[in-house]
Design a protein around this ligand. Structure first.
Ligand code: SF4
Length: 414
């Protein structure tokens, strides 16, 4: 992935700071979800769950070769195909081969940051394949020819009147800013496409090696349709998104939905893997799991940064970060924004291109406090020489201890 010509973090961050509408939206997001998650962690009855989940993630990463080979074995036992892609190009080419073999003309997708990472949509479109996003936020972004600005809420930077105008312009719908009506308009447009599509492409929240099933969470029901209606289902996963056992999977799922949206469980949890069996009412004739490296094994071999691969992409650190809360997700110029994006993007896409992301972090430590699996992102910023110029005295570092994790300079989220 390369930065779009002429765009850089500093300029994009400045645009975010000048955008009053964005500031208002992000403040609301952080006040509800960020503070809500912190309060929930403090009141959890099972206070050891986050530590156990962190240990589980780190153990899985230490044995990733075994876990992934068990996963592949069990997916194949269920009639699925597993492909290990070394690079983004490799993954894209595999998807294109599967599409060509199955005469695919239309693809419906559910939200997948990995798909954005490898640039899959553009490749499908240049092969004359129609691609439609079915997650409401992603659909809005696609219509607006925009980019996601949050891991869980991709169109969070747009307010409902902007979305109403967009639907009016792109779909010919009568203007409304009523969220329920806007959802109905999108649902009507998407439903037939989901029924008629040849291929469904999804991400993967957690892949369970023991069962050979991937789990996918949503609140919209679109994933159920994307994984069951088309003839072919292709699931994309970063190689770190695996759990060894169902027990491990269970704890992570609970933390994921809580961290992402303050939900005990999301409205839908889908388990997919393997092909439709005789007697099944629905399901794909072919299932492909694409396990993507694209720089992750290099991170795995790095003692200082391996921990970032424990991330379950819940987005909670975005909901508390005073920097993200001011500049928004577009400034990061990556599918991975916020504090975790500031660590992952330079590691995956090149330190020279993405160095400024680390420099922008405040080192307040709020991301560590909120992370369901307690990933020590501040340590990684701290380890990273390039973040030092942004440290103002030692006050912020001191605030990372004693449970007082708020940014002392900007006072955000106090
Ligand atoms: S670093 Fe932690 S809080 Fe941030 S997205 Fe990953 S798991 Fe969630």
């Amino acid at each position: 992935m390369t930065l779009q010509a002429g765009r850089n973090y500093r300029e994009e961050a400045s645009k975010g700071l000048d955008n009053g509408c964005l500031q208002k939206i992000l403040k609301k997001l952080q006040n509800n979800f960020g503070k809500g998650a912190i309060e929930y962690w403090a009141s959890m009855t099972d206070s050891g769950l986050r530590d156990r989940a962190k240990n589980t993630r780190m153990e899985t990463l230490a044995n990733l070769d075994v876990v992934l080979s068990t996963l592949a074995e069990n997916v194949e036992k269920a009639g699925g195909h597993v492909y290990f892609a070394k690079t983004a190009e490799d993954a894209v080419n595999y998807c294109l081969r599967v599409a060509a073999k199955n005469d695919v003309e239309t693809v419906v997708k559910s939200k997948s940051m990995t798909s954005a990472e490898i640039g899959l949509d553009a490749a499908l479109k240049s092969s004359d394949i129609e691609v439609l996003e079915t997650d409401l936020g992603e659909y809005i972004i696609q219509l607006a020819e925009d980019q996601a600005s949050h891991m869980i809420a991709p169109s969070i930077h747009l307010n409902r009147s902007q979305i109403g105008r967009l639907f009016e312009e792109k779909l010919g719908a009568a203007y409304t800013d009523d969220p329920a009506e806007l959802t109905r308009i999108a649902r009507k447009m998407l439903r037939h496409k989901m029924l008629d599509a040849d291929m469904g492409i999804t991400g993967c929240n957690i892949a369970c090696a023991e069962t050979g099933r991937i789990s996918l969470v949503s609140n919209e029901g679109n994933i159920r349709m994307v994984t069951t209606m088309p003839r072919v289902h292709v699931a994309l996963m970063g190689l770190e998104r695996a759990a060894a056992t169902m027990d491990d999977h269970q704890g992570l799922l609970q933390l994921l939905t809580q961290g992402a949206a303050l939900q005990k469980l999301s409205t839908y949890v889908s388990f997919a893997g393997g092909k439709r069996l005789a007697g099944d009412p629905d399901g794909p004739e072919e299932f492909h799991l694409v396990v993507i490296d694209n720089g992750r094994s290099k991170i795995l071999g790095d003692n200082a940064f391996r921990e970032v691969l424990a991330c379950i992409r819940c987005g909670a650190c975005l909901n508390i970060c005073p920097v993200y809360g001011r500049i928004g997700g577009h400034a990061y110029l990556s599918p991975y924004s916020g504090p975790v994006g500031a660590v992952v993007s330079p590691l995956l896409f090149g330190i020279n291109q993405y160095a400024d992301l680390c420099k922008g972090e405040s080192l307040c430590g709020a991301c560590l406090d909120i992370c369901p699996v307690k990933i020590d992102l501040p340590r990684m910023f701290w380890n990273c020489d390039i973040s030092w110029p942004m440290v103002i005295g030692n006050r912020r570092r001191e605030n990372m201890t004693g449970g007082k994790l708020w940014c002392s300079s900007c006072g955000a989220l106090v």
